[in-house]
Ligand binder design. Structure first.
Ligand code: GRE
Ligand code: ZN
Length: 271
């Protein structure tokens, strides 16, 4: 028995009905995702660099689970995120993906209404709070959101001839997607033996250029407990790897539509 909610299929609570789910917050006024309007973002000088602990650990992913709504990587303990104007130390719990059916959609956040083909969420919990308490605290969780899009053939030849910088992200996602065929069934999971670090997945993305706002989990129970960081630069991967999510996993379009801002401010780093 999985969840009574879904994105688009026929289920008890489809996306437009999440606000009626009992014991959930999906109808609140600080919901995620949102469309980020560049011209409305307020520059905040305090949004500095992050510090990442164990993001270079090659054995950080313990297992990969098909939850029926996403592909989730469970991480070992000791991975941490701080800095970035967060004001607390956060423990990294898991990372997961949102995707579409084609490369024209799939991300949850949009920037000036541009939707990317995929979005990766790294979910972190305040180290000083239990998960239960964090879910009831406005800054109890910090989620790092990264857009993923396909590298054009032109960019591919340029990166391999000039710097090769983005090749590591391709290799990392290739290793990760090689496990998808093993978790085709909902609720199945697979242990990870390949060496994949979070740094490898992020590749050469600039981690000092981002947007910041207060929002929620993008799935029920939609707790308004998330300090969101949405990075401006996208992770570039090979198109064929990206299409393995809809192709290998039996569902797609697992992204929530844009929610109202209701007076919230989106902050941005200076660059
Ligand atoms: C999700 O389910 O998509 C999710 C979480 C936790 C934080 C953010 C988020 O489970 O989008
Ligand atoms: Zn998510």
């Amino acid at each position: 028995p999985s969840h009574p909610w879904c994105y688009h299929d026929h289920c008890e609570y489809t996306q437009s009905e999440w606000s009626r789910l009992p014991n959930a917050y999906c109808g609140g006024k600080s919901q995620s995702p949102i469309n980020i309007a560049k011209s409305s973002a307020v520059t905040e000088e305090k949004l500095g660099a992050f510090h990442f602990e164990k993001f270079d650990d090659k054995h950080v992913i313990e297992k990969i689970i098909n939850t029926g709504h996403t592909v989730k990587c469970i991480l070992k303990e000791g991975v941490e995120v701080s800095g970035g104007g967060l004001g607390h130390v956060f423990s990294t719990l898991q990372l997961h993906f949102h995707w579409g059916a084609h490369d024209s959609e799939g991300s949850e956040h949009t920037v000036d209404s541009k939707r990317y083909p995929m979005e990766m969420h790294i979910v972190n919990k305040r180290k000083d709070l239990t998960l239960e308490k964090a879910l009831q605290t406005t800054d109890g969780l910090a989620v790092l959101g990264f857009f993923i899009e396909a590298t054009s053939a032109k960019e591919k030849s340029r990166s391999s001839s000039e710097q090769g910088a983005s090749l590591s992200d391709m290799d990392a996602l290739k290793k990760l997607t090689s496990y998808l065929s093993a978790i085709k069934n909902i609720s199945s999971e697979v242990n990870v033996t390949e060496e994949i670090s979070i740094d490898d997945l992020l590749g050469s993305v600039n981690r000092e250029s981002y947007y910041r706002y207060n929002g929620s989990l993008t799935t029920p129970s939609c707790n308004q407990a998330v300090v969101w960081t949405v990075f401006k630069e996208s992770i570039k991967v090979d198109e064929t790897l990206m299409m393995m999510f809809p192709n290998e996993i039996g569902y797609h379009n697992v992204f929530r539509s844009a929610q109202g801002l209701h007076g919230r401010t989106v902050y941005t780093t200076a660059a």
